[in-house]
Design a protein around this ligand. Sequence first.
Ligand code: FES
Ligand code: FE2
Length: 340
Amino acid sequence: MQFADFWYIVALSEQLRPNTVLARSLLGEWLAIFRGDDGQPVALRDRCLHRSSRLSAGKVCDGALQCPYHGWVYDRNGNVIAVPAEGNDFKPSQQRQVKRYATKEQDGYIYVRLADTPSVEFEPFSMPYYGEPGWETVRVINRFANNVTNCAENFIDIPHTAFVHPGVFRNSRQQKLEMTVERWNGSVLVEYRNETRNLGWYSHFLNREGAEIKHSDRFYMPNITSVEYQMGRNRHLFITSQSIPETDNSTLVYTDVTYNYGIWNKLARPFVRWTAQHIIRQDVEILGIQGEAIAKYGTQFSNTPADTIHVFVESIRAAISRREDPRLLPNQSVKVTFWV
Ligand code: FES
Ligand SMILES: [Fe+2]
């Protein structure tokens, strides 16, 4: 198994309008993304076969992509279908085919997989409750100057919230929390107990009645985190993030906040968007700072019991780096007490 075996988001469906080409980076590879003449997404290596211009700087016409330099035209299979300098002498040839990658469109996202023959056939992650009646989704995209592992860890890390998001999310009260952290089948599952109303002003809306808060966090290999809060009827929220590795220290994160607030669903949208973007901006800043120090001194961490989640996430991602299947790691379940 390797990272290239998985599906990664490269765009929102709505960003990929007809006759548009998008430039993307994925695991160090450059991609030109557009819709072919059948409307399906196409991902080509972003390099022209002729003189190596970037195809993503070109134009799409009738579902074919034209290089901006000398006008070679590529179809949805990556075949060259026109060379202006050859005029009527042009003949299609098997030799002229640019590298093309598999694509899928699901839940309003465009996905690309880099491996032609993956060791395991995965499907793109299914976004919880996306498009289901009674549920709203707010989508935000943010770039982090850090790697996928540190991004994923941040999204399911409670101890930072009191420091990075004071007031908005949580205040430091040295309150005792308990969690069960499980590593199973390439996933990390965290269940919290004793979650109370220490969630900043957000909770005045979210949990007016002071219902018991059910909070669980999940990590799914290789790059997905999902946070779930349930506070009684019609107060149910998922924050699901797909962290896309552009390069070793740049990660583009697509975050879905999917919620069921009953009659407040529509009215809450701007509030949910503002809050999500406000919180994520604070995380972008702290992860940029962490990324700088890691670039200089490397990754040597000192863990506390509260970091058990991160140790498990790292073990899963390290297994994939070694080309192993993390689903074969032994199952583990640990009870942890920590203070926040
Ligand atoms: S470099 Fe693309 S057509 Fe010449
Ligand atoms: Fe955060």
